[in-house]
Design a protein around this ligand. Sequence first.
Ligand code: NAP
Length: 292
Amino acid sequence: MQLLDGRATSAEIKEELRLAVLKRKEEGKKIPHLAAILVGNDGGSMTYVNAKVKACDAIGFESSLIRYDDTVTEEVLMNKIESLNNDAQVDGFIVQLPLPDHIDEMKVTQAIDPKKDVDGFHPVNLGNMVLNLPGFLPATPAGIIELIKRNEVETEGKSCVVIGRSNIVGTPLSIMLGRNKSPGNCTVTLTHSRTKNLKEITSEADIIIAAIGRPEFLTAEMVKSGAVVIDVGTTRVEDATKKNGWALKGDVKFSEVADKCSYITPVPGGVGPMTIASLMINTLRALDLQGK
Ligand code: NAP
């Protein structure tokens, strides 16, 4: 079994981006600036946003963190998005999800200028992704593709089962892996909570991607020997042995699945760091798209 080390691969990408920023500096070009809007005090969201800001610092990007209380009105948030859309200093920005119930996430997502939508969630960018046109790829699927590519995992002609059909992970990933390119050319099965006989389907797969948010859902009996297993899930579960009282668990029962795999991602340290690396790649690309 070979570990697909997202931390190591993302460090490699971040170093490339750091050099690209230095080059831009030498050429007198603008330094990329990523802004992040964080609403409320959810521990997971704060951790993700802080990791994104830290990655910006390491690469040499400028960053701004804009925080609101979870009582913020939709109007205030929409006005902020409008001002970021028009701020020439900010090249790309994200609104960390989830948002409180009184705020319409789809409305917020659609308010972001697609040229600054470095999360790749805007319908224009998702549409471009489906049609294989230039735009921003959603960060997590793009990170998984990059992880596969840089670790030379063969996908050509393989059967791939994606578990989970969210708009930001499972659905776009199933399209990207089925595309006629490398990595790609998989025969993809997209599964979800209504799928019957999931175990029979996953046990036939060469590649399994679990993106459901159910800790340790994928067990050894669901995986064939030699499969590639990518674990997207990140759920906080109580763990008294940890200083903060919780541990991050993936959707894969790593302790029993790892021995059967050819490749597997750990949680943490697999897909998470690759998502952040993709966001950074998108932020640098934003400058090209905006002609800066
Ligand atoms: P989501 O919107 O939470 O949706 C979950 C998906 O899983 C749905 O499509 C659901 O099916 C499916 N599902 C739930 N139970 C299932 C079951 N028993 N069998 C088969 N399918 C089942 O998904 P998401 O936003 O993609 O998040 C999934 C996980 O990935 C979460 O743990 C999230 O925290 C994590 N995540 C991690 C990263 C990262 O960077 N590491 C990024 C994004 C998300 P239905 O459609 O039928 O309801």
